[in-house]
Design a protein. Structure first.
Length: 594
């Protein structure tokens, strides 16, 4: 039996020197090993292990894999329910009955992560657990840890070692306490003076990768070996009340939703939903397309779980029907390392290993905007503040076109799209994907970039930023200290407007879109301006106040004079001018045309 770099497994008759059978697999083959007389295990360069039945020549994908591609695999002599695998920096043993990693050595650190080598033994009976710990040694370790806790007071931990890495940080909902995961210890501090309240020593085997608060001050922590622990805060100390081990590798993200379920994802590609109240595993999410999802995010409605991993696929998981809703294929030239979704679930943002941050529309999974980061990988948590739909406006304007340059670039884009589609078709046939959507919006956007200039208008603090998406040029429109609660650009793209929320008078700032002139400032409403609209000829501004000021005001922009003013029982939440006319529509509990 031979395996080659072109993906072929060949069965060769040695005496006759003939190839009896050939099977094509997806990927470059690294190692082949017989488990028994009829089953063959194959590891390939693309970090996948195939299991092949030699009788009927069928094969399927085994989900137990490393974080990096598997160099080699083997079975112990006369002991084929355990498989040993190795990658460039780690060695693992896999137990087929429990389907979990039971033995792991990290070569970089030079030590065993799960168990020490001296106390690891392999039993002869299959029913026994594979790994046993010496009970005497275990009790000695526990006693020594308790003695250390008694001898050491919290004063010894007032100074945290600066050389250690902080893996995770969270703050309570009331803002009183902060939890830090530093190496293998977890610190609870006051938010005001950063005074240490309590310390959890040796919380996990190696280090705590992620932590979150629940039930006010209780903690849920996740380690780099796939273990999740629940801690009860009682009398100024944390007590471990529960531990679950459904993952076999480092846990990337844990999300608590509906105060009942805990959703977790790991480098092993498995997503689990755990019922905290009943202490039971509610759901395991394994994609039939052999995709291992390593990052997850959840919207505030708790209905869609956004997942991404290998195979360059975004997966939408419906938490109401508990089924895969949709799959979207994205560019194969980058790997997503972090993602987050906004509160309403309209947009999501990703950080990847090509130094870029991308903004996507959730419904169509269209990439709207790309931010370049030239210095750092985006592998840490990234998140939204507020509702992005109120603070972000995307605009396109026609630009002058060089016909020769336009034809050359258009030809290049069409060739790139053709190669990409061929690659997607190959993936669909290899992985037998049925519910995947091939997204052409990326190349449509690139074609539009040849014809139009794209601008993104957004607010940072008290200022407005106008950014050219193609060349990353930014124009800053400065204003006073009040927060911006509304952005608006007129249909003719002549003005950029913003509404300020204040304790006294709400100001409206009107800027020229092309030139950085001094803004026109209108003080029309009390406390808050809910909505604004500019007429099609650019002469008039229509604005509506909030609950404290229920006036609808029509103002001439150049002279800053009142033209029309009316009061309503309810605030006008939406106002807009008709297209190509100066008539407008207003709406609160009723809709009116004026």
């Amino acid at each position: 039996m031979t395996g080659s770099g072109d993906g072929y497994i060949s069965l060769i008759d040695i005496e006759e020197k003939k190839v009896l059978r050939k099977t094509k697999l997806y990927g470059s083959i690294n190692s082949i090993e017989m488990r028994n007389k009829s089953t063959l295990f194959i590891s390939i360069y693309e970090n996948i292990i195939y299991v092949m039945d030699l009788i009927n020549n069928n094969h399927y994908v085994l989900l137990l894999i490393h974080n990096h591609y598997v160099n080699d695999l083997c079975f112990p002599f006369n002991y084929n329910y355990i498989m040993y695998t190795c990658s460039y920096n780690s060695v693992m043993a896999w137990q087929f009955y429990d389907k979990k990693a039971i033995y792991l050595k990290n070569i970089d650190k030079g030590k065993f992560i799960y168990y020490d080598k001296k106390f690891l033994n392999i039993p002869t009976e299959k029913r026994k657990k594979l790994c046993k710990l010496n009970l005497m040694h275990e009790s000695k370790i526990n006693n020594s840890l308790e003695n250390k806790k008694k001898k050491n007071s919290l004063q010894n931990y007032e100074k945290i070692n600066k050389n250690l890495i902080c893996h995770s940080i969270k703050i309570t909902n009331d803002g009183n306490y902060i939890a830090l995961s530093i190496h293998n210890n977890i610190y609870l501090l006051t938010s005001k003076y950063m005074k240490i309240i309590t310390v959890i020593l040796n919380s996990h085997y190696d280090f705590c990768n992620v932590l979150i608060f629940y039930n006010k001050y209780d903690l849920i922590t996740a380690g780099n070996n796939g273990d999740i622990k629940f801690w009860k805060f009682d009398k100024g100390k944390y007590l471990n009340v529960n531990t679950i081990n459904y993952h076999s590798s480092i846990i990337n993200q844990i999300i608590l939703y509906a105060d009942k379920y805990l959703c977790s994802c790991s480098e092993d590609g498995l997503i689990t939903i755990y019922n905290i109240q009943e202490s039971t595993l509610f759901k395991k999410i394994i994609d039939i397309n052999n995709t291992r999802y390593k990052q997850i995010s959840l919207n505030n409605q708790y209905d869609i779980l956004l997942c991404c991993g290998n195979n360059n696929i975004f997966m939408y998981y419906d938490l109401i029907k508990y089924d895969i809703s949709k799959n979207f294929y994205y560019s194969p030239f980058h790997n997503v390392l972090s993602l987050d979704i906004d509160k309403k679930g309209n947009y999501f943002i990703t950080g990847s290993d090509d130094y870029k941050i991308r903004l996507y529309e959730f419904k169509s999974c269209t990439c709207l905007y790309i931010v370049m980061e030239k210095e750092l990988y985006v592998d840490s948590y990234i998140g939204f503040k507020g509702n992005i739909s109120n603070n972000l406006i995307l605009i396109r304007k026609e630009k002058e076109i060089d016909k020769k340059y336009y034809k050359e670039q258009l030809k290049y884009i069409e060739e790139e799209e053709y190669l990409e589609n061929e690659k997607k078709k190959k993936l669909k046939s290899v992985y037998n994907l049925k519910n995947i959507d091939i997204n052409h919006n990326y190349y449509e956007l690139k074609r539009e970039e040849l014809k139009y200039n794209f601008f993104m208008i957004y607010a940072i603090g008290t200022n407005i930023i106008k950014e050219n998406i193609l060349d990353n040029n930014r124009t800053i429109f400065k204003s006073d200290e009040s927060e911006i609660n509304k952005l608006y650009v007129d249909k003719n793209k002549k003005y950029i407007c913003c509404c300020k929320e204040s304790k006294l008078i709400s100001n409206i700032y009107i800027y020229d879109f092309e030139n950085k002139k001094k803004p026109i400032i209108l003080s029309l409403h009390k406390f808050r301006t809910v909505d604004i609209s500019i007429s099609n000829d650019g002469k008039y501004l229509l604005s509506s106040g909030g609950h404290d000021d229920k006036y609808l005001i029509l103002t001439q922009i150049e002279n800053q004079k009142f033209i029309y003013k009316c009061l309503s029982d309810y605030p006008y939440t939406n106002i807009s001018f008709f297209h190509k006319t100066n008539n407008f529509v207003i709406g609160n509990k009723k809709m009116r045309c004026i």
